[in-house]
Design a protein around this ligand. Structure first.
Ligand SMILES: [Zn+2]
Length: 124
């Protein structure tokens, strides 16, 4: 297989029981260690509703995030059925810009619900 991040070919070690497992893997072990997933959780109070921001990485990387499709699918499934929350997916959330919280506030008022923002990175 070819790593979607570094472009190098790599091989998956398979045993007898998963010999015919055809699950696609998009990231080599080297890139998986270089860009570690570090889930965190930030809750903030908006004007009327609550907002939970869940960034996948500790800092902003400039890589093809589609390589992490298995990981963010699992995170998405774990969160999309939370009662009372609407889930949104953003690439990056930058809290250093004043308009970001206003935009999140506007989104929560638009959907009239607490919101969860799943994103790749959170810039503070
Ligand atoms: Zn790689």
């Amino acid at each position: 297989m070819t790593c979607k991040i570094c472009g190098e070919a790599f091989y998956m070690k398979r045993g007898l029981f998963d010999l015919f497992n055809m699950k696609e893997v998009y990231i080599c072990n080297k890139c998986y260690k270089k860009y570690p997933i570090d889930l965190s959780f930030l809750a903030c109070q908006l004007d009327k509703y609550n907002c939970i921001i869940i960034p996948m990485f500790k800092k902003r990387y400039y890589i093809d995030f589609n390589a992490f499709i298995h990981e963010y699918t699992k995170i998405f499934i774990a969160n999309y059925k939370r009662v009372g929350y609407k889930l949104f997916f953003f690439n990056h959330v930058d809290l250093s810009i004043d308009d970001t919280l206003e935009a999140l506030d506007a989104i929560s008022k638009l959907v009239r619900s607490d919101i969860i923002i799943l994103c790749f990175s959170l810039i503070k």
